[in-house]
Write a protein that binds this ligand. Sequence first.
Ligand code: G1P
Length: 298
Amino acid sequence: MTEQTKFKPVRKAVFPVAGLGTRFLPATKAIPKEMLPIIDRPLIQYAVDEAREAGIDQLIFVTGRGKTAIVEHFDTAYELEDTMRGRDKSLDVLEPTRIQPGNLVTVRQQVPLGLGHAIWCARAIIGDEPFAIFLPDELMIGTPGCMKQMVEAYNETGGNLISVLEVPHEEVSSYGVIDPGQVLDGFGGSLTEVKGLVEKPRLEDAPSNLIISGRYILQPEVMRVLENQGKGAGGEVQLTDAMAKMIGTQPFHAVTFGGKRYDCGSKTGFVEATLALALERPDMADDVRAMARRLLGL
Ligand code: G1P
């Protein structure tokens, strides 16, 4: 990208993928949950596609034991490609899995101490640059994609940005919640100042029903905060707590994404995403609609 901006560009993204995926057992006993497919792409592919659309090409996976399939997915599969060539099959379908040599790095999170700890594990690779974070469970679909929208906002504001969305008030305790400040002019109401952040608040303590929805652009200083971050909600080192300490020291804004979000960390969210994306695909939509009608007895 040659576009000049006022701020250091966001080139790196961290994907915390060390989680055990216990909610999807036994499916995730031998397969990382990030490799479960929504139709014909594993979840992680959607997040990587979203990163690349936003001009981010250096991928950092924070992995753990049993997660090698994720790295394999983004490697060259020589035998497969050779066989496909021999059968005159197009290799275009593998294009999204190709990463420029050197642009995929993994670090291990040896013990599951929380999201904040997972991100901190990538500190040596982040160095002194702003970076994005993608929680692949959160599937964000839209044009432009969520991260692209955030990078565009970042080019105006600099500092730290998180994506947010509204949920019914009774659901806030499952998420990080923001205390919203002023809405900024010129972004169609989609950019809000962040005055405070709280991870998994009790209903009565929640400052709003705007939750952090799994996309972040953060300044590298957060790594220094995480270094000394004690345990928070759920006895885990929380990224939200470290971000909260950055408010007031650097700009901090929330982007309300204009597209759709699917919570693929839950089984119903996963089914919803599968159905919704199938209904968007020209090669499947008619058949799937007819099938859904049949199943619902309509
Ligand atoms: C994490 C974050 C939380 C955020 C959520 C989005 O929570 O800590 O702030 O709202 O992801 O899915 P987790 O789902 O890991 O408990």
